[in-house]
Design a protein around this ligand. Structure first.
Ligand SMILES: C[S@@+](CC[C@H](N)C(=O)[O-])C[C@H]1O[C@@H](n2cnc3c(N)ncnc32)[C@H](O)[C@@H]1O
Length: 850
């Protein structure tokens, strides 16, 4: 190989915004491979593909137009990038791989592979792929999405389609009678409310979050089509009215009666405390069927109706059904009580299901196990396993959409319980009629998702030149036959997803099938080595230690000239510090860092998260020399110099806001990770110190380019926010900026340069423009004076001349004010282009200068 990987990595300029834009679109309309089964924190395929290519292509080719073509984000590709067929490009790609890596078919390893996005794209790009995970559910997802589609081809789709059709028709015969029609209306979902005996009036009151069944905007108007329930008490019994309205705000709608775990009795209005609710639900498990939503086979639209006598009778009958199959298959293990809040109401996994759901799912398993055997006999040994894999995915998917945590969304669809990332009991919840062939969440629609996914995966992976190996192993036990060229991965960073405990929700059902055919899979999901924090036996120190150990192992898996890149999506400074330490301890040297966004900024949660909460790709290579230690103070000049050199490149690529801070870390970390240990004369090194070191030169450089480097801190802050187009920022970012630019944040608050707006966990500040309120005689910084003059210019129709006279009176230097106005003017061109977003401040600045 004639390329030094570390130099190549540092020369790559990652197309952050193009990839981010595409990945946000991908999240909205995801690949059907993703919908085969739920997994947490799946990396968008386009991000995985682009990042793998950044490790494979020589920098000059990666940064070329051709790259967009390989990724599928150039104009010639009319589809979404994840649909783009990379196969057509192999001929060119192979040559480029050879140039940079030395082989036409490099090998890539993802040791924390989860849902398998990185491995999937690795295969599509023609690589040999090794994909490992500690979790049996993740392992099974990867068998289904990577290995079998690649090795079996389209026959896989055909056989699974037949098997699933047989499954549904047998279940149909066995239990369809438990889902009666209402004349010709097919029930799609049954809506329930938990029912608790009131402590004060002994009334059995339902508990719901809200009574809305439908809220859909009427096109071109401000009104909505509403459907909702109104509960009433008649003769000491509760009855429901279904109300249909087209209006802005519904007239009779009353709020739900659940208030943070407590509930208001519908009859006496007293508040029933949570403790009592827990006791009542856990001992009696009583729920009311309050409404049914269905439709007609030929007709459009949903029909809401109150349960018929037959519906009520069916539910009563099923409680007493004597069925040995239910006994055989119910998962009786307990939910982890600290992690799944509902476990205090419903202790065991099977209690997330009502009796009819238990009947359905136990029969599902019973028939599925038979079908695995049938396929094994009919098609050969391996097909028992293959069938178990897909039918286990299907049951997991169906349970997710059909348990006491699934709910009815007002846009008229079934919301799966893991839409909230962790299984939980919902106050108003639904039960799906699995046999309905209308609407979402039913067996038909979920089986279709699964089969579409198989077809797509076969189409993408069949005939790809590389090999695939899916391994069920913790990183700490992983053994490879030979070293790999690349490792790209997305490890857990002690984050809030406890993969092993949460996935037991799926595995409690799926294991019945999987353990029968994969004799090495455990009955329960192992938890000991899961590198996520559960705050009992796995605390943050365990993850810190584990990650360092994991990186050391990764070092041993990689060839000497190989590369290691990882995604890092944590906004907390201390997590950054331990990731950097873990890399240093694992003997890696960082060569570059690049941000990539996978959340849309329209997303409220994303907006309120720290702005540093973006995915960052950290590129590294093995550190071969053994530089003992250095003092951070001694490295300062080298770091500043490196940042200076790189800022113009970043700006040229249009990087903005905190993305700039992220890339500026790259050069600093390159210098710092050349050593085994970094010390500081002023106490221990932490990530804030590193940020301090990088942010000041970064901002000075950016402001210097605009000729405004030597101003007071508040003015610099405001101009920086203009240049980088920041309208809001969170507390951590404000602290960081205040340190780097040397100002007190209280000054900004006093004159409303910033103003606190509501934030979830972290305070969020909005940055105001020149129209803000500036208290008389409390002007402190240049930007305060300039803003006062701009307000006068606007209000009193001052001429530009008068503006300058006024700033002269305040003894402001004309040249400096001009530089400031030049920065404020930057929004002017944008304003001109987008007439509806004219930036008044920029327009005024422009008028005054001219
Ligand atoms: C962030 S997820 C990976 C997501 C993946 N990139 C995707 O696109 O779906 C991290 C994964 O690490 C796995 N994991 C946790 N501890 C592990 C260990 N000790 N060894 C291997 N895998 C582990 C978890 O099961 C989880 O699937």
């Amino acid at each position: 190989v004639n390329t030094d990987q570390s130099i190549e990595q540092s020369k790559i300029v990652f197309p952050t915004y193009e990839i981010s834009g595409e990945s946000i679109k991908e999240k909205k309309g995801r690949s059907s491979v993703f919908t085969m089964h739920f997994w947490w924190a799946r990396k968008p395929l386009v991000v995985s593909r682009a990042t793998i290519l950044s490790l494979l292509l020589p920098a000059k080719d990666f940064n070329s137009k051709a790259l967009k073509n390989y990724i599928g984000i150039d104009k010639t590709n009319k589809k979404r990038a994840y649909n783009f067929q990379v196969k057509e490009k192999y001929k060119f790609l192979k040559k480029l791989y050879k140039t940079r890596i030395g082989t036409e078919t490099p090998t890539i390893l993802d040791p924390f592979s989860g849902g398998g996005s990185i491995s999937y794209e690795g295969l599509r790009l023609g690589l040999n792929v090794i994909s490992a995970d500690y979790n049996p559910v993740a392992y099974n997802i990867q068998k289904a999405t990577l290995e079998y589609p690649k090795t079996q081809g389209i026959i896989l789709y055909e056989r699974m389609k037949n098997t699933i059709e047989t499954l549904i028709s047998i279940l149909n015969e066995r239990i369809k009678q438990f889902y009666p029609y209402n004349d010709d209306i097919i029930p799609q979902a049954y809506l329930y409310a938990w029912n608790v005996n009131c402590l004060y009036c002994s009334f059995n009151t339902p508990i719901v979050n809200n009574w809305v069944l439908k809220q859909k905007k009427v096109k071109g108007s401000r009104t909505y089509d509403w459907v909702y329930l109104v509960p009433k008490i008649q003769n000491s019994k509760i009855v429901y009215e279904i109300v249909y309205e087209r209006c802005e705000k519904p007239n009779k709608l009353i709020p739900g009666n659940c208030i943070r775990g407590n509930a208001k009795c519908i009859k006496c209005n007293n508040i029933i405390p949570n403790q009592h609710i827990v006791k009542d639900i856990s001992s009696k498990e009583r729920e009311d069927l309050i409404c049914i939503v269905g439709g007609r086979k030929e007709g459009k639209g949903k029909i809401y109706y109150l349960p018929t006598e037959l519906d009520i009778r069916t539910i009563e009958d099923i409680q007493t059904l004597n069925n040995s199959i239910i006994d055989k298959y119910l998962p009786r293990s307990e939910m982890p009580n600290r992690i799944i809040a509902s476990s205090k109401y419903l202790k065991q996994w099977y209690r997330l299901l009502n009796q009819r759901q238990r009947v359905f799912f136990s029969n599902f398993l019973d028939v599925a196990l038979d079908l695995c055997k049938t396929n094994q006999n009919k098609y050969g040994e391996e097909w028992g396993k293959i069938t178990a894999t897909y039918l286990s995915l299907l049951i997991g998917k169906c349970v997710d959409f059909n348990n006491r945590g699934s709910s009815w969304a007002a846009k008229e669809g079934v919301r799966n319980s893991l839409a909230f990332r962790r299984p939980s009991m919902a106050w108003d919840h639904i039960e799906v009629n699995p046999f309905a062939n209308i609407g979402s969440g039913t067996f038909h629609s979920l089986a279709k998702n699964l089969l579409d996914g198989i077809k797509t995966a076969v189409n993408d992976l069949d005939g790809t030149p590389g090999t695939v190996e899916v391994i069920f192993s913790s990183i700490f036990d992983l053994k490879l036959n030979s070293q790999v060229d690349l490792v790209l991965t997305d490890p857990p960073y002690g984050d809030d997803v406890q993969y092993s405990e949460l996935s037991q929700f799926f595995y409690s059902w799926e294991s019945f099938l999987l353990c029968e055919y994969y004799d090495y899979l455990p009955k329960r999901i192992p938890t000991d080595e899961d590198l996520s924090v559960n705050n009992t036996d796995r605390k943050i120190d365990f993850v810190k230690f584990g990650l360092a150990l994991a990186f050391e192992r990764i070092n041993s898996f990689i060839k000497d000239k190989g590369q290691f890149a990882l995604f890092f999506a944590h906004g907390k400074y201390d997590t950054w510090a331990f990731v950097i330490d873990a890399l240093r301890e694992g003997r890696f040297q960082i060569n570059a860092t690049y941000p990539v966004h996978t959340e849309s900024k329209d997303n409220v949660i994303a907006l309120k998260k720290a702005s540093f909460m973006t995915s960052v790709i950290i590129y590294s290579t093995k550190r071969h020399h053994n530089n003992k230690h250095a003092y951070i103070e001694d490295l300062k000049d080298e770091i500043v110099q490196k940042i200076r050199e790189s800022v113009p490149v970043y700006l040229k690529y249009g990087l903005k806001e905190s993305d700039l801070s992220m890339v500026a870390l790259g050069p600093a970390l390159t210098v710092l990770t050349q050593y085994n240990e970094i010390k500081s004369i002023s106490g221990p090194i932490n990530f804030e110190k590193i940020l301090d070191l990088t942010q000041k030169p970064l901002f000075d450089e950016i402001l210097g380019i605009h000729g405004v480097a030597d101003l007071d801190g508040a003015t610099k802050f405001y101009l920086y926010s203009r240049i980088s187009n920041i309208k809001e920022l969170d507390h951590d970012s404000l602290q960081l900026l205040s340190k780097s630019l040397n100002f007190e944040s209280s000054i900004l608050l006093q004159n409303e340069l910033i103003e606190e707006i509501e934030g979830r966990n972290n305070k969020i500040y909005q940055i105001n423009n020149f129209k803000r309120k500036i208290e008389k005689n409390k002007e402190k910084s240049m930007i305060d004076y300039i803003h006062i003059c701009m307000q006068l210019y606007l209000d009193n129709n001052y001429t530009a001349k008068q503006f300058w006279e006024r700033t002269d009176q305040q003894s402001l230097n004309r040249e400096t004010v001009k530089s400031v106005l030049n920065v404020l003017k930057l929004g002017f061109n944008v304003g001109k282009k987008l007439a509806n977003r004219i930036d008044l401040e920029a327009t005024i600045a422009n008028e005054i200068i001219n």
